[in-house]
Design a protein around this ligand. Sequence first.
Ligand code: SF4
Length: 359
Amino acid sequence: MTALLLRPEGAPAPKLPTLPQVPGDTLWSALGPETLGAPALEIAFPSFKDGRGFTLARELRDRLGYRGWLRASGDLLPDQATHLRDVGFDDVLVSEDHTLPAWERAAQRFKRRLQRIAAEPSPRAVAPLGDSVQALNDHFAALSTEALFEESLRRRWPGAIAVLSSFGAEAAVTLHLAAQVDRFTPVLFLDTGKLFPETLAYQRALVQRLGLGNVRVIKPAPAALAAVDPQGDLWTRDCNACCALRKVEPLTPEAEAFSVLITGRKRVHGDDRERLPILERQGTQLRLNPLAAWSEAEVEAYFERFDLPRHPLWAQGYRSLGCAPCTAPAGAAGPRSGRWAGQGKTECGIHRPQVVTVR
Ligand code: SF4
């Protein structure tokens, strides 16, 4: 067996003969202080079809704040390397058999990408390092939103930027702003298979109304659905695993083609979004949130000014729209209070700022 680095830019691996092993199907809530205090952990995947090891790693990193070394082992595929890295693994233990070259190519991909970003600054090689993200934030904050879109799409990151859209309650604003600059801006739309039929109808209508010419509909792989969620009811048992299967995993390879993704997130959405910057780093990518500082009134005014169509469920009190099983009309607690209501979950996992620092 050999351990392949998934983060060549990170800290060196701890020198330990063996790492404490945690089965991939362990619930994060079952991890005790001894495990969480270990300098390194190995999460063992029983099967490449079993996504619970990914969920466990993400919970360790995001919920429990684990900062030690994380190794993946067990039944995994080279195609899963990107996702392993994205959920927080540092390396992966692989057999020295015929799959080794494919794993090495996957690991090299990360290395090349990081080197390109560091060594060849260009409009595409975004990643302004260190405090230049802050400098760009200050710069963008002084622009009108229209000017921000113009600069981002035309001059700063042409060809390397896409809009990530749910075609939800407020999506028309971001899409309209992008379309005013270039209606062929790539738009990534996740069709999880669990969306409201009204969302799918709205998506078709908005594409036509705005003349969007480059919408990429991303769906979970049928084989992954058949293997992990054959009954389509995973959301009733493990929403994090379901979101990983239906959102994070399908989006990851598509999003990798871009250096910057535009989102429609706003501070008024509350929870983790209250301090949302206009520009933030997520892994080796940037997330651009041009509407971060917009109020609900400004969104409303924009809809009226350009006579944009509303999502069909808006009139029924839905202020934020995701998958049908996990979305209810908004309550008094805020526009996103109908999302995973009562489950203590506020994000699906596709927005995870500051996962890794690139130097
Ligand atoms: S929002 Fe609900 S149904 Fe949609 S992917 Fe997440 S858990 Fe599954």
